[in-house]
Design a protein around this ligand. Structure first.
Ligand code: ADP
Ligand code: MG
Length: 590
C-alpha cells in the first residue's frame, strides 16, 4: 500500500503555524511569516524546476507579477471580486509560461539561465511601461480578500489563507514528485536518455514543470496583491528572481520541505541584514543583495544540496512502502507468434564522420529467440543497439519490427512498440530509490497526468505501477535493495536493476548490452535462468555479451561483428568453428 502517514514534525509545524497569530507576537512577525509563505509558494515551484528538473530560472518573480497584475487590473478597473480573479490569474501565469517555456527549455547549458534573465528583465520593464498597469507607480486600491463577507484587512487574517495555500501546494508538489509524471521530471537531470528509452516525453516533462512553477508563482503574486493592496513592478524584477533562486539553493535540491526552509532562512536573514548593514556600509540601497550573492556562491561551492539535507538527518525517514510482489495487475501485451520474424535488420549502416561503425549489417530476430550479438570491442554492437532503439539515426538501411519500419521513429515511439533495453554504461538516477528507478520502466503502462498526480487521484494506477516494479525487482533478486538509493548498488547490481526496469515495459523484445559484466558466477547462472524463463514466456532477446560460456549455453542464434561488419551468423556451435570468427577472436580472451 502506498500510504503517507503524517509525520510528527509535520504536525508540530502545522500546529505552530496555526496558533502563531493568536500569540502576543509583534505584528511585524506576522508580516514576516506571511512573506515567508508567499516566497515559499514561488520556491516550491523553483525546487521542482531547478532543484529537481535542473532547469535554472532567475525569472520566477516575473510570473508573480502576472498573477498580481491580473487581479489588480480586474478588481480595480473591472470590479471583479478577488476570488473570481484567482483562476484567471493562474491562467494568465500558465498562458504566458507556455510560449516562454517552449523557447526557454530548448536552450542548453548556460543559455537557459541566461534566457530566464533576459525575459525576467524584459517583463519587469514591460510592467513599468504599460499605462494600464500604472507604469512604475503601479496600481493601488486593490480590494482585500474576504471570506463570508468579512474583509481580511489585517496581516493575521490573510495569514491563514496564505499558509493554507502553502500547505496545499507543498502536499500537491510532493504528490507530483511521487508520481509517474514526477519520475519523468526527476529524470530531466541526468537521466534523459534512459527516460526517453522508456517512453517519457522529455519536452513535455520540461514544459510541465516550467508551467507548474509559473502557476504557483502567479498564485503567490495574486495573494501578494491582496495582502499589500497596492503593487508596482519592483517586487517582480530580477532582484527578487535572484532571491527566490537563493532560497531554493539554501533549501536544497529535491525536497519540497527545503523550499519553506530556504524561504524562511533567507527572509529572516534579509530582515536582520536590513537592520545591520545600513549602519555598517553607510548605504540603504539593497545592500543585503551583496551578502546574498556571496552566500549563493558559498553554498554552491560547499553545500551543493543546500542546508535542508543537513536538517533532514534529524527528521524521521519516510517509512518504506509495502507492495505486493505477486505479479502485476497491469494489462499485458499480446506476444507475437513464436518463430515469426520480429525484427529485421536490413543492410543497416552507421557512419561517424569517416568511421563506419556498422557496415551494411543484416540479421533477423525471430519471436521467442535469444540472439547473441558478439564481437571484439569497437565492433559496433552498442551502435547497433542504438540504431534499433532510435537513439542514433541510420546512415543507411532499415530496421523493421513486426513488419513495420522503425526508421525515423524516436526512442519514445520505439519503446511504445514493446522494445526495452539496458545500457552498456548503466543509466540510473543514483539519488532515486531502486524501486522508483525500476518504476520508470512502467511509465508507458500508466496514463496519469499532472492534475491527477497533483491531487493524488492517480493512487490506484500508481500503486499498480509500483507493484509491477516491486514484482520485477523480486524476479531479478534485488528486492532487498528496493528502498535504497540506486547509487548504493554495485555496478553488477545496477545492470540487473536495468533489466528489471526493462521488464516493467512488458517488452516483446529485450535488448541487453553486456548484462553479465561485473556479475559473479552464481549471479550469471541466475541471469541465464531468468533469460530462459523470459524466452519461455515469448519474450525475444538480443544479447551482447563477452563471456562465451554464458552466451554459448543460452542463445538460439549467434551474430558475429568485427569492425562493423557481419562476419558470421548461425547456430552457436557452428559459428564457433567459423574460421573468420576464430581469426577475429585470436588472442582475445574469449
Ligand atoms: P562495441 O559496442 O561493439 O564495443 P560500439 O558500437 O560502441 O562498439 O562502437 C563502434 C565504433 O564506433 C567504435 O570505433 C567507436 O569508437 C565508434 N563510436 C561509437 N559511438 C560513437 C559516437 N557517438 N561518435 C563517434 N564514434 C562512435
Ligand atoms: Mg558496446
Amino acid at each position: 500500500m502506498v500510504s503517507h502517514k503524517p509525520s510528527y514534525p509535520g504536525i508540530a509545524a502545522v500546529a505552530m503555524l496555526a496558533v502563531l497569530p493568536l500569540l502576543p507576537v509583534p505584528p511585524f512577525w506576522i508580516t514576516l511569516v506571511n512573506n515567508i509563505g508567499l516566497a515559499s509558494l514561488v520556491v516550491i515551484g523553483l525546487v521542482l524546476l531547478t532543484g529537481v528538473g535542473g532547469l535554472t530560472s532567475f525569472g520566477q518573480a516575473a510570473f508573480c507579477g502576472f498573477g498580481a497584475y491580473t487581479t489588480a487590473v480586474l478588481t480595480t478597473a473591472y470590479g471583479l471580486s478577488p476570488w473570481m480573479t484567482l483562476p484567471l490569474s493562474l491562467l494568465v501565469g500558465a498562458v504566458v509560461a507556455l510560449p516562454l517555456g517552449l523557447m526557454t527549455v530548448r536552450l542548453a547549458g548556460h543559455y537557459l539561465p541566461l534566457g530566464t534573465i533576459a525575459w525576467g528583465l524584459a517583463i519587469y520593464y514591460l510592467f513599468g511601461r504599460i499605462e494600464m498597469l500604472g507604469r512604475y507607480d503601479g496600481i493601488s486600491g486593490i480590494p482585500p480578500l474576504s471570506l463570508a463577507g468579512e474583509p481580511m484587512l489585517s496581516g493575521s487574517s490573510i495569514y491563514y489563507v496564505i499558509w493554507s495555500f502553502v500547505i496545499a501546494v507543498a502536499i500537491g508538489a510532493q504528490n507530483l514528485l511521487d508520481s509517474r509524471v514526477g519520475r519523468g521530471i526527476r529524470a530531466l537531470r541526468g537521466g534523459v536518455q534512459a527516460a526517453e528509452a522508456f517512453g517519457v516525453n522529455i519536452e513535455r516533462a520540461k514544459l510541465t514543470v516550467f508551467v507548474f512553477a509559473a502557476v504557483v508563482a502567479a498564485l503567490s503574486g495574486w495573494l501578494y496583491a491582496h495582502m499589500q493592496r497596492a503593487i508596482n513592478p519592483t517586487p517582480f524584477g530580477l532582484d527578487m528572481g535572484i532571491t527566490y533562486l537563493l532560497m531554493a539553493v539554501v533549501g536544497g535540491s529535491g525536497r519540497v520541505g527545503g523550499a519553506i526552509f530556504g524561504a524562511s532562512v533567507v527572509l529572516i536573514l534579509k530582515e536582520i541584514l536590513q537592520r545591520l548593514l545600513p549602519g555598517l556600509l553607510d548605504t540603504t540601497a539593497n545592500a543585503e543583495m551583496i551578502v546574498f550573492g556571496v552566500l549563493l556562491v558559498v553554498i554552491l561551492q560547499f553545500a551543493r544540496d543546500g542546508l535542508w539535507p543537513l536538517l533532514q538527518k534529524w527528521l524521521p525517514a519516510r517509512p518504506p512502502r509495502r507492495l505486493p510482489v505477486d505479479g502485476g495487475t497491469l494489462g499485458k501485451r499480446q506476444m507475437p507468434a513464436a518463430g515469426s520474424t520480429l525484427v529485421r535488420v536490413d543492410r543497416v549502416r552507421k557512419e561517424f564522420g569517416g568511421l563506419v561503425a556498422v557496415n551494411d549489417v543484416s540479421f533477423e530476430i525471430k519471436a521467442g529467440q535469444i540472439v547473441g550479438l558478439i564481437g571484439p570491442n569497437g565492433a559496433g554492437k552498442s551502435t547497433t543497439f542504438n540504431l534499433i532503439t532510435g537513439i542514433l539515426n541510420l546512415s543507411g538501411g532499415e530496421v523493421s519490427y513486426a513488419g513495420e519500419p522503425l526508421s525515423g521513429l524516436n526512442p519514445r515511439l520505439i519503446a511504445e512498440r514493446g522494445i526495452a533495453r539496458t545500457f552498456q554504461h548503466a543509466k540510473v538516477l543514483p539519488g532515486m530509490s531502486v524501486l522508483e528507478n525500476v518504476a520508470l520502466g512502467s511509465h508507458l503502462r500508466g496514463t496519469a497526468g499532472v492534475f491527477r498526480s497533483f491531487f493524488r487521484l492517480d493512487r490506484k494506477e500508481e500503486e499498480a505501477l509500483l507493484a509491477e516494479a516491486a514484482y520485477q525487482l523480486d524476479r531479478v533478486g534485488l528486492s532487498a535493495y528496493r528502498d535504497r538509493p540506486a547509487g548504493d548498488l554495485a555496478l553488477g547490481q545496477i545492470r540487473i536493476l536495468e533489466i528489471a526496469r526493462a521488464l516493467c515495459l512488458n517488452p516483446t523484445l529485450l535488448l541487453l548490452d553486456e548484462p553479465a559484466a561485473g556479475l559473479r558466477h552464481g549471479e550469471k547462472q541466475e541471469l541465464a535462468d531468468l533469460l530462459k524463463k523470459l524466452r519461455a514466456e515469448g519474450v525475444s532477446v538480443l544479447l551482447v555479451e563477452h563471456d562465451m560460456g554464458f552466451v554459448m549455453g543460452l542463445v538460439d542464434h549467434l551474430v558475429v561483428l568485427d569492425f562493423g561488419t557481419l562476419i558470421a551468423e548461425g547456430k552457436p556451435g557452428d559459428v564457433r568453428q567459423h574460421p573468420a570468427v576464430i581469426a577475429a577472436y585470436l588472442g582475445s580472451a574469449a
